[in-house]
Design a protein around this ligand. Structure first.
Ligand SMILES: C[S@@+](CC[C@H](N)C(=O)[O-])C[C@H]1O[C@@H](n2cnc3c(N)ncnc32)[C@H](O)[C@@H]1O
Length: 353
């Protein structure tokens, strides 16, 4: 719960500021959480990319399906948007069949510098994604790190912008107006009850639309912690991570600041026919990750293969777990190709029939 408003100027640099501005500086400013050298995001939390190489294998399979849908272009682009230390793009290149890998132009788009020892095939772009891409743009856990403002309902039932100091203490600012108020009314209407909160997702809608706009033809996929209009969390989801632990959000550069993404709003920002929004467990199953345990008989015929398959099953279970990574949302938007649903057909199901 926040305290009452003060007379201090919003955004003055000394006083409290909206969460969007505060988080922008804390994450991406000169001394920001994401700017320094070191292990990058992997040092503080575990994304699907870090959880298992199976994830990069599934994305490689998706890239092959996009390749087919595009009619096998001479150059097939793969863009790892918000690439961290390039772990996903490196894993995708390693998992691709040789004939496809030979045609791939692999990009990593990041605010941070490339890591030492990066695969020389990766074209590292600082901040700006390439234009006129033909292929797959994949953004894993990017949008939750695009800073947003927070609104909270005051005692009179009015949604106000939440202001925050560098030590994390909050107070209420001016009522939310303009485009932000329009976004709240459309995507996250707040009731009149004091203390209800929402994160204003407009900057994410714009960031996503701009990334999708770089595709000439192909598929854009955003994967993130998500919620949709039917089940918004009443007090928001703003939180923080430091060295593997969830902690109180403080915009001082010491921790990651994140909030779940309204992926339905991001989807509407592009309004592309054939868009699909599905849970990670369904997306990965359609891409060949089942989590099924290997048959016990394999243990006697191929003991090493059995152990490998057992390890894979454990990792697949983590990637698809209810209440965990399996609940993440996959927003898939096709540009100039048919329905994204055609790319998430479970081949195993077809073979079983
Ligand atoms: C949670 S990490 C995800 C890293 C990686 N995609 C993964 O799944 O392991 C978010 C990353 O997004 C990057 N990022 C945030 N905004 C960005 C932007 N506008 N352009 C490029 N990278 C951005 C951050 O620097 C950070 O490395």
């Amino acid at each position: 719960m926040t305290t009452a408003t003060t007379g201090e100027a919003e955004g003055s640099g000394r006083g409290p500021r909206g969460w969007r501005e505060a988080a922008q500086e804390a994450l991406y400013g000169p001394d920001g959480f994401y700017r320094g050298p070191g292990p990058g995001p992997a040092g503080h939390f575990r994304t699907s990319v870090h959880a298992s190489p199976l994830f990069a294998g599934a994305v490689a399979r998706l890239l092959c399906r996009v390749d087919e849908a595009l009619g096998r272009p001479e150059v097939l682009d793969f863009v790892d948007m918000a690439a961290g230390r390039g772990e996903l793009v490196t894993g995708v290149l390693a998992a691709l069949p040789t004939d496809v890998a030979a045609r791939v132009h692999a990009y990593a788009v990041e605010l941070a510098d490339p890591p030492d020892g990066l695969d020389p095939r990766v074209d590292w772009r600082l901040v700006l994604p390439p234009e006129r891409v033909t292929g797959l743009l994949f953004a894993n856990e990017w949008l939750d790190n695009v800073p947003v403002d927070v609104a909270e309902v005051d005692p009179a039932g009015v949604p106000r912008r939440v202001l925050v100091r560098r030590d994390g203490t909050e107070e209420l600012g001016e009522p939310v107006t303009g485009a932000d108020a329009g976004w709240l009314a459309r995507w996250w209407p707040l009731g009149a009850e004091e203390g209800l909160r929402a994160e204003i997702g407009l900057p994410r809608d714009r960031a996503w639309a701009s990334a999708v706009g770089t595709l000439a033809r192909g598929l854009a996929v955003a994967v993130d912690y998500a919620h949709t209009a039917t089940a918004r969390p009443p007090f928001g989801t703003l939180t923080a991570f430091r060295e593997g632990r969830e902690t109180t959000p403080v915009p001082d550069g010491s921790c990651d600041l994140t909030a779940h993404v309204a992926l339905d709003a991001c989807a509407a920002a592009c309004a592309l026919p054939g868009t699909r929004l599905l849970p990670q467990r369904d997306a990965l199953r359609a891409l060949g990750i089942s989590g099924a345990r290997p048959p016990l008989s394999l243990a006697s015929t191929d003991p090493a293969g059995y152990v490998r398959a057992l390890a894979d099953a454990g990792q697949a279970a983590e990637l698809t777990a209810p209440g965990g990574l399996g609940d993440f949302g996959w927003l898939a938007q096709p540009v100039g190709i048919a329905d994204a649903g055609d790319l998430f057909v479970d081949v195993a199901d077809d073979e079983e029939q």
